[in-house]
Ligand binder design. Structure first.
Ligand code: NDP
Ligand SMILES: O=C(O)C1=N[C@H](C(=O)O)C[C@H](O)C1
Length: 268
């Protein structure tokens, strides 16, 4: 029988933090060993499982030494500035990381790559199986629709989301651009206003919708002459992200170091 994997959760009182704590409580072979939240958060000192009505026996803390004392893996869905602090501590202490946080700048991504030389990390803007299969479909579609089709990426999320476009939309843009032999940095158009001129066929456009409790919708539109192809993924629950994050944590168990994405975790 394999040993239990000790997992700590950062952002323990956030939307994803709650999903993860529930998923860990229900999963075999894993246990919640610690729960972190930012300094000053109202949840500090409370039991991480209290919101479920069943105590987890783990108090939420902002003290890394306490929250990560027994952790083999930290699952982090917070904000880039929080993740980068956790990353430093985990790399120094040999704790593996599953990073779901989005909105990193280039320096943040470089820090994650550097930390992966010391510890094992899964870093992915979307942990759901469906989105990662969609990325594969997009690769094929972009190769086959390389000429004569204008590509636009439309995403919609809840009113609380702070970064735009979503990490998933950006990843979809990267996958499509790569399949077309383009660099997303050169061809991305983030919103349009005023007299924009005609559309440049080499561009990939992004449109962002924010409202209500939309969990996460992504569509890549290939608009040709006389036809349109739309490849869409819609999340109606955050459970799939949490299940994916647990798969990623288990995947890391025997990896001493290195940077992995969800394609690697899922064997896609
Ligand atoms: N990869 C994936 O599959 C998915 C990724 N995400 C991404 O995960 C992140 C979190 O999303 P969500 O759970 O909805 O967000 P929430 O705002 O609900 O939760 C974020 C949590 O992180 C805490 N936090 C905020 N700032 C810091 C900091 N500087 N240091 C430590 N902790 C901090 C928050 O505390 P407080 O509330 O007190 O500020 C809160 O507990 C986002 O970047 C989102 O895009 C989301 C879903 C799926
Ligand atoms: O903030 C969210 O909610 C989500 N964020 C991720 C992203 O930015 O792509 C993943 C998912 O879409 C939900």
């Amino acid at each position: 029988m394999s040993a239990t994997l000790n997992i700590a959760v950062a952002g323990a009182s956030g939307r994803m933090g709650h999903m993860l704590i529930e998923a860990i409580a229900q999963a075999e072979g894993v246990r919640l060993s610690g729960a972190l939240d930012r300094a000053g958060a109202p949840s500090l000192g409370t039991d991480a499982g209290a919101f479920t009505g069943k105590l987890a026996g783990v108090a939420i803390t902002s003290d890394f030494a306490q929250g990560l004392a027994d952790a083999q893996v930290l699952i982090d869905f917070t904000r880039p500035e929080g993740t980068l602090e956790h990353l430093k501590y985990c790399a120094e202490h040999g704790i593996k990381l599953v990073i779901g946080t989005t909105g990193f700048d280039e320096a943040g991504k470089a820090a994650i790559r550097a930390a992966a030389e010391k510890t094992a990390i899964v870093f992915a803007p979307n942990m759901s199986v469906g989105v990662n299969v969609t990325l594969k479909l997009l690769e094929v579609a972009a190769q086959q629709l390389a000429h004569g089709y204008d590509i636009e990426i439309i995403e919609a999320h809840h009113r609380h989301k702070v970064d735009a476009p979503s990490g998933t939309a950006l990843k979809m843009g990267e996958v499509v651009a790569q399949a077309l032999g383009r660099d997303l940095k050169d061809v991305a158009v983030y919103g349009r206003e005023g007299v924009t001129g005609e559309r440049d066929p080499s561009t990939i456009g992004f449109a962002t919708i924010r409202g209500g409790d939309i969990v996460g919708d992504h569509t890549v539109l290939f608009a040709g002459t006389g036809e349109r192809i739309e490849i869409s993924h819609k999340s109606s629950s955050r459970a799939g992200y949490a299940t994916g994050a647990l798969r990623a944590a288990r995947f890391l168990a025997d990896k001493p170091k290195g940077l992995f994405d969800m394609q690697a975790v899922l064997g896609l």
